[in-house]
Design a protein around this ligand. Structure first.
Ligand code: PRP
Ligand code: URA
Length: 209
């Protein structure tokens, strides 16, 4: 089974509280999602492999560390995942970005795919699939199905708020992936919203509704 990690860092928890507030407006919501994504990427990158390189400092030749291992691609699930891309790119600026467009039918909660555009080499990259919300898990599962169909195998899922129902469904469907979240909330309500959650992440990010 892949890793499941709730990121308890005080800055992450503090910023999450800001965006949970219903009076947090679009501008601040967007800025703080960006900051959260950067902080989460910092935590996730803790176990990135390094290798030794010879460099020349102004004083002497020296052996120092540099990042090794697979190059990264960030895969936002549209729409709300877009809000997490720039924050991660601030730390990993060479990452490529692929897009998966999905929406949940608000009546049936079924997930529908409407757009996929990936870098050619996703099979050889470390993929960070990002979406602020993991609710029923339908979107994350379909996005990862779609990536695996295209040859991807090295996948981490990064969300800001998760529901136990979604974590369980995602772990059952894709036991090989690691899941990182800033919060594991209480439950889903009958409309498929996370409780206490933060409402509709896409609408709050983009000011729709
Ligand atoms: C939201 C959210 C996730 C999904 C989570 O997107 O951004 O993608 O719901 O729910 P699930 O775990 O039950 O699939 P939504 O479908 O509302 O689309 P949007 O981002 O375009 O608003
Ligand atoms: N999607 C959201 O944006 N919010 C939720 O609480 C559940 C799904």
């Amino acid at each position: 089974m892949g890793k499941f990690q709730v990121m308890e860092h005080p800055l992450i928890q503090h910023k999450l509280t800001i965006i949970r507030e219903k009076n947090c407006g679009t501008k601040v919501f967007r800025e703080v999602v960006d900051e959260l994504a950067m902080l989460m990427a910092y935590e996730i990158s803790r176990d990135m492999p390094t290798e030794n390189v010879e460099i020349e400092t102004p004083i002497e030749l020296s052996t120092q560390k540099t990042l090794a291992g697979k190059k990264v691609a960030i895969i936002p699930i549209l729409r709300a995942g877009l809000g997490m891309v720039d924050g991660i790119l601030q730390l990993i600026p060479a990452a490529k970005v692929g897009h998966v467009g999905l929406y949940r039918d608000e009546e049936t909660l079924e997930t529908h795919e409407y757009f996929v555009k990936m870098p050619e080499d996703i099979d050889s990259r470390q993929l960070l699939v990002v979406d602020p919300m993991l609710a029923t898990g339908g979107s994350a599962i379909m996005a990862i199905d779609s990536l695996k169909k295209r040859g991807a195998s090295n996948i981490k899922f990064v969300c800001i708020v998760s529901a136990p129902e979604g974590v369980k469904a995602l772990q059952e469907a894709h036991p090989d992936i690691d899941i990182y979240t800033a919060a594991l909330d209480d439950h889903l309500n009958e409309d498929g919203y996370i409780v206490p959650g933060l409402g509709d992440a896409g609408d709050r990010l983009f000011g729709t509704k």
